[in-house]
Design a protein around this ligand. Structure first.
Ligand code: SF4
Length: 354
């Protein structure tokens, strides 16, 4: 038996979804020590909901699935924040975007490079993922996987246990650390084989696929970011700008200003945190939304935009039926009140970004 067998150790790229949980269970079944790693890009929808403190009737929807999967399978999981470095991936993806703002090929390469560093740090022998050949259009077809493999630097130390039988043997298979016969040959989008395998392996708790958890694949989010890029060069866009694209209703005002209106209490409180760099609007005497208007080079937008912004804000509050609503505007060097007639639904519709 090769010497490696006694000390085989692997890093699992773990999202906590069904596929990565199954890959983990398959590798653990072969007696290998595993450390899970989960990279936080800053674009996970569940992370965002948790961050703004959103309450949900089903609290399990807000849990961190990687930690949950690690706990279920008794594997330590490290969460690594790569969000700052990830901005560079997003600004200049070498392999382009998918249907929306998702640079999936570059994203996979970057995460696997990070996994390689982590593998070296913890003294592991290989990295594995829950990827399934042909499952995702942008990053899991054979050509994309070849590019990813060539670029990430892991070479044959990268294993995809769920599709291993359809791929070239990897180093752990060649040296006998992993028994290829116990790995799978899954292909495509049909999840039934995974569901059957989950039953066999006793993997019972996993999130239902809900169209992805990544903001970058969301058409609405992408529209907001592309609208933001009308005002900013791609290289100027900051994490904070992208963060605000996740929140509220977004409007493009008649003179070009940008307005964000909170949709529920947690979003209003969240928007409030950005008042030092934006103009904040709230109705003085009527409960309702909080809004932010973007400053331009530190200056307030034109008066017409401020008036429209105040009227839209008034529409999303208890004063929507009143003839006039007083809105308080506070910017870093400016405080004032604007009395407006609440906007009509048609007017809001004309300015909202869809
Ligand atoms: S969906 Fe998002 S997290 Fe997944 S590979 Fe694409 S960009 Fe990366």
């Amino acid at each position: 038996m090769p010497q490696e067998v006694s000390r085989a150790k692997a890093v699992a790229m773990l999202s906590g979804g069904l596929d990565s949980s199954l890959a983990l269970a398959l590798v653990l079944r072969q007696g290998i020590e595993v450390i899970g790693v989960n990279f936080s890009t800053g674009f996970c929808m569940t992370d965002h909901q948790r961050m703004i403190g959103r309450k949900d009737a089903r609290p399990e929807k807000l849990r961190n699935e990687a930690l949950r999967a690690g706990a279920d399978l008794q594997v330590p999981v490290e969460i690594i924040d790569i969000s700052t470095e990830y901005m560079e991936v997003l600004r200049r993806p070498r392999f382009g975007f998918g249907k929306n703002l998702n640079p999936c090929v570059d994203c996979r390469i970057f995460m696997l490079q990070k996994a390689r560093e982590f593998m070296a740090e913890v003294g592991a022998d290989f990295v594995f993922t829950g990827e399934v050949l042909g499952q995702r259009p942008k990053s899991q077809h054979r050509r994309a996987m070849r590019i990813i493999d060539a670029e990430c630097g892991l070479g044959d130390r990268l294993v995809r246990p769920l599709s291993a039988k359809l791929l070239a043997p990897t180093w752990p298979e060649k040296v006998g650390i992993l028994d290829r016969d116990q790995l799978k040959g899954f292909h495509g989008r049909d999840r039934n084989p995974q569901i059957e395998l989950a039953e066999q392996l006793g993997v019972v708790d996993y999130p239902q696929p809900a169209g992805g958890c990544c903001y970058l694949t969301d058409a609405n989010y992408a529209r907001r970011v592309f609208d933001l890029l009308r005002d900013h060069d791609r290289t100027e866009v900051e994490q904070e700008d992208l963060l605000l694209c996740k929140v509220g209703r977004h409007f493009r005002l008649p003179r070009g200003g940008r307005l964000i209106v909170g949709r529920f209490e947690e979003e209003n409180l969240f928007l409030d945190r950005f008042r030092s760099r934006h103009a904040r609007l709230v109705a003085t005497a009527h409960k309702g939304a909080t809004a932010l208007v973007s400053l331009r080079d530190g200056e307030l937008p034109e008066a017409e935009d401020l008036e429209v912004a105040a009227s839209v804000l008034a529409r999303y509050g208890k004063g929507r039926g009143e003839a006039r609503v007083v809105v308080e505007l506070s910017a870093p060097d400016h405080e004032t009140e604007i009395a407006v007639q609440p906007a009509t639904p048609e007017a809001c519709e004309a300015w909202i970004l869809r």
